[in-house]
Design a protein around this ligand. Structure first.
Ligand code: NDP
Length: 244
């Protein structure tokens, strides 16, 4: 049977481009987001059959448990997990409400922890049944976790937390031949950056432009399919961190 990939945050932006590329590579894709209509729209664009769309808020433990159980019952064991679900709430720390801090941490950090745990149960079960196909996880972090950015204290903390989580989890599951890596994008054209003026920011990017979602998806695929890479952070930012 073809590989099953779960893409959290697959309805838009980076996750949608990852879903498209994985379907082109012959994977069956489970597209997960809170808005199920948007996830269905993504599924409608995917090449091949047997893709599914599911509504799930990744920050809610019970919803994640039910969603992953439903995916495995319908589609079998999971080979790939991509955690692209994320939010930003940019503001200076002194103006940031505790509830916004919690939303950021719950979606960007706790959400990935919950989905990794749920997917690992399936990946380990596949191994027990000798059906494993090189299982791998890619978490989407951010270049701001590496260098910091004013107005993004909590966002960058959530992404820095994800880095530590990724490295530790990579060590926990390496003996089972499950790989876990993190991809740290710079500025990418999506809804998340729609309010920014590219020309104002681009001069600080060595490649002088924002990235395209397809360029990030290509790098996600590289990490998923590279059998000897685990616990790594791959920066896809047009050189931004060199000049930060
Ligand atoms: P978008 O805003 O375009 O898409 C975000 C996706 O996440 C949507 O599918 C959204 O669907 C989903 N999502 C958000 N919250 C939840 C939730 N609680 N549960 C389930 N799904 C959720 O963002 P991008 O594609 O730009 O970002 C993808 C990832 O890349 C994020 O983690 C972001 O932090 C990171 N990133 C993006 C950068 C950029 O420049 N664009 C730069 C660095 C990192 P729905 O709203 O229906 O739930």
């Amino acid at each position: 049977m073809s590989r099953l990939a779960v893409v959290c945050g697959g309805s838009r932006g980076i996750g949608q481009a990852v879903s498209v590329l994985l379907a082109q590579r012959g994977c069956r894709v489970a597209v997960v987001s809170r808005n199920v209509e948007a996830a269905q729209d993504t599924v409608a664009c995917l090449r091949g059959a047997d893709h599914v769309a599911l509504s799930c808020d990744v920050s809610k433990e019970e919803e994640v448990r039910r969603t992953f159980e439903s995916i495995c019952q319908t589609s079998g064991n999971i080979t790939y997990l991509v955690n692209a679900a994320g939010i930003n709430r940019d503001s200076l720390l002194v103006r940031t409400r505790a509830e916004d801090m919690l939303s950021l941490l719950h979606t960007n950090l706790l959400g990935s922890m919950l989905t990794c745990r749920a997917a690992l149960r399936s990946m380990l079960q596949a191994q027990a049944q000798a059906q494993a196909q090189g299982a791998a996880i890619v978490n989407i972090g951010s270049v701001v976790a590496l260098k910091g950015n004013p107005g993004q204290c909590v966002y960058s903390a959530s992404k820095a937390g994800l880095e530590g989580f990724t490295r530790s989890l990579a060590k926990e599951v390496a003996s089972r031949n499950i790989r876990v890596n993190l991809l740290a994008p710079g500025f990418i054209h999506t809804d998340m950056t729609a309010g920014m003026k590219e020309e104002d920011v681009a001069r600080s990017i060595p490649l002088r432009r924002f990235g395209k979602v397809e360029e990030v998806a290509q790098a996600v695929l590289f990490l998923l399919e590279s059998p000897y890479i685990t616990g790594q952070v791959l920066v896809v930012d047009g050189g931004l961190q060199l000049s930060m």
